[in-house]
Design a protein around this ligand. Structure first.
Ligand SMILES: [Zn+2]
Length: 272
């Protein structure tokens, strides 16, 4: 009854009035259509092989609490997990390396959901595993792809995720408890200064264990980023499946109150 009455009312309207109303209506933005995007998982799964810094006292743990049929006749499973904040695919909150800056739960969502650029140094890293992104590399990237916009999530592609989770190949050394002989590529300090202080990017991500290269002992890239409340995304994967520009990254960490970082589920949306 209700439906037919409405239809009758609509038909009774003069056609010209209906057209005028449609034209006057403000255009309403539609939510993004997921089918219009290729979704790329940038995250390593967490398990017993998840890589942590050599000096980490603990690693990822998963304890089975229940798995199987219950007296009630239904299936039930549940686990308890434990993990350091920094390891596997994870967030570095600014407070990780700069006092008075933001903790994990305080990072604005706009910094975690943003357009990304992918700077590919995989060929250079293959020739030199201690390679560091240079200021000139960033300028060369911009000459080809345009100036990197404020708020961008910068992703450094070294190709290193193909070694994950082989500790020796990925970190360059597998001596337990010793982080002094690590060797893997990452950002250089001058490149980080350009990206953070001049381009005002929102995040520095990489497919290696740190936004500082493995041989770093002073973590200067971390400190440059943290001082400006720029976050880090470490141990990413599948960066080879992203275009140099045009992807939207959604990188949502566990919301640990006061956390210096945390496990991260990062994906990219690439327009088809
Ligand atoms: Zn970290």
């Amino acid at each position: 009854m209700h439906r037919s009455r409405r239809a009758h009312t609509w038909r009774a309207w003069p056609a010209s009035l209906a057209v005028a109303l449609v034209l006057a209506a403000p255009a309403r933005a539609q939510p993004p259509d997921p089918a219009a995007y290729r979704l790329v998982d940038l995250t390593h799964a967490f398990d017993a092989r998840t890589l942590y810094w050599p000096t980490s006292p603990t690693a990822f743990s998963l304890e089975r609490l229940a798995f199987g049929p219950t007296p009630g006749g239904y299936f039930y499973s549940a686990n308890a997990f434990g993990a350091p904040e920094h390891g596997g695919t994870h967030l570095d909150a600014p407070i990780h390396f700069a006092e008075g800056t933001r903790a994990a739960d305080d990072v604005p969502l706009e910094q975690l959901v943003a357009r990304a650029v992918v700077i590919d140094v995989s060929a250079r890293a293959a020739a030199d595993r201690d390679y560091r992104l240079t200021r000139q590399d960033v300028l060369d990237f911009e000459a080809r792809h345009g100036r990197i916009a404020p708020g961008t999530i910068v992703l450094l592609r070294t190709g290193w995720s193909r070694f994950y989770p082989d500790r020796k190949a990925y970190l360059g050394d597998d001596t337990p408890g010793d982080a002094s002989k690590l060797s893997f590529p990452s950002y250089g300090v001058e490149a980080a200064e350009l990206l953070v202080r001049e381009r005002r990017v929102g995040a520095l991500g990489a497919d290696v264990a740190s936004i500082d290269y493995g041989r770093s002992a002073d973590f200067r890239v971390h400190r440059v980023a943290a001082a400006e409340n720029v976050v880090g995304f470490e141990n990413l994967t599948n960066l080879d499946r992203l275009p140099a520009t045009g992807a939207l990254v959604v990188a949502l960490p566990m919301k640990i109150a006061g956390g210096s970082g945390g496990p991260l589920r990062a994906i990219a949306m690439v327009p088809r």
